[in-house]
Design a protein around this ligand. Structure first.
Ligand SMILES: Cc1cc2nc3c(=O)[nH]c(=O)nc-3n(C[C@H](O)[C@H](O)[C@H](O)COP(=O)(O)O)c2cc1C
Length: 350
């Protein structure tokens, strides 16, 4: 049986974190992952976009609801949906400067809800921050007693997160979906270097989807994996069916593209729209024009035409085509990893 520090810290059955995947909702997915024995994560960033856009509609979010109200509802949904399994979950909030006010509101709300409810103190164990300065909310999170993980794209950022009091860092390689760093460092180089740089536990992210990946992460010194793209294509995930299908039918690990992001760069699945986004930047189109095109393409996932849509997604989408339940996926990954460690690896030692 695989047993790691991550499982011990959180009291979870599998060393697997489901990544926060704003701007999309992962509330149902978080409940399914928590019920199946991993760490389920509610995604925060989409909850605040209507407010950022001055009250315009964004995705499925109701512009009349505040970020705080969206966060409260998501937390209570996951709490109820995981009551029987007593599953463990958390929230993710990117803390980029562009989202400063929103991230303050979301983190503050989550902490307040947790403090009011002993059941949440027991089971909503983690706040994962990402994409920004780890110092900003450090004191508030520490005082609340909730564990704080921070997502980092380099050993430099991991050290900063550790200094700011992170209990664990998630090292996310450039092959991952969604926001990626300007300087591309991929998981194989990033993870062992982050492990060497910090003394807190490290979780590996970026490109993971199977048991071999989990074994590799453990071999590189990590205490578990965080997966985003792989979890999109699961039966219970909140993503639209055609987003799930586009992800699992990508067919080739070359079919992603890195282009402009709301903050930093984003790895998208290749579509006509994301290739055009990339080309617009190369042609030197004004930033406001590119930003407008990007926002429309992100929202276009609701119109059902994959060519016009910008789907966030990682290279690993080219490595799978099935649509398992969350439970099937996590059981398979851990079983495969155990078989590799127990049966295959000993045979390569003379
Ligand atoms: C659709 C999508 C949305 C994402 N949004 C966020 C986010 O809101 N916050 C965050 O910390 N990371 C976000 N990420 C990055 C993930 O947290 C994670 O680091 C990455 O998915 C790992 O690589 P993988 O996609 O190869 O599994 C997103 C990833 C995807 C695929």
């Amino acid at each position: 049986m695989i047993k790691t520090k991550l499982m011990e810290m959180l009291g979870i059955k599998y060393p697997i974190i489901q990544a926060g995947m704003g701007p999309y909702s992962t509330t149902k997915l978080a409940a399914a992952v928590a019920n199946a024995g991993g760490l389920g994560i509610i995604s925060g960033v989409g909850m605040g976009v209507c407010k950022l856009l001055g009250g315009q509609k964004f995705m499925d979010y109701d512009p009349k609801k505040s970020p705080a109200q969206n966060m409260r509802e998501a937390i209570h949904y996951v709490k109820e949906a995981t009551q029987k399994s007593r599953g463990i979950f958390g929230i993710n909030v990117p803390v980029a400067v562009e989202f400063r006010e929103i991230s303050d509101e979301l983190i503050q709300t989550a902490i307040e809800e947790r403090e009011k409810d002993p059941e949440l103190v027991r089971r909503m164990k983690v706040i994962i921050t990402s994409a920004g300065n780890p110092e900003r909310h450090a004191e508030m999170i520490k005082e609340s007693g909730v564990l704080r993980f921070h997502v980092c794209p380099s050993p430099y950022h991991a050290k900063k997160a550790e200094k700011a009091g992170a209990d664990l860092v998630i090292a996310s390689g450039h092959e991952g979906g969604g926001h990626v760093a300007h300087e591309p460092v991929h998981s194989m180089v990033l993870i062992p270097e982050v492990v060497k740089t910090v003394s807190v536990p490290v979780v590996a992210a970026g490109g993971f989807c199977d048991g071999a990946g989990l074994v590799a992460a453990l071999a590189l010194g990590a205490v578990g994996i965080q997966m985003g793209t792989r979890f999109i294509a699961t039966k219970e995930s909140d993503f639209l069916d055609y987003y799930k299908d586009y992800t699992r039918n990508l067919g080739d690990v070359r079919n992603t593209i890195v282009a402009r992001g709301v903050f930093g760069r984003i790895r998208y699945l290749k579509t006509d729209a994301t290739v055009e986004l990339y080309e617009m930047e190369k042609r030197g189109c004004p930033d406001a024009e590119v930003a407008d095109f990007e926002m429309k393409a992100i929202q276009a996932i609701h119109f059902g035409d994959p060519k016009k849509a910008a789907f966030f997604g990682g290279e690993v989408a080219g490595r799978f085509s099935d649509l398992p339940t969350v439970k099937e996926l996590m059981e398979r990954i851990v079983k495969e990893a155990e078989e590799i460690i127990r049966d295959k690896l000993p045979k390569v030692v003379a």
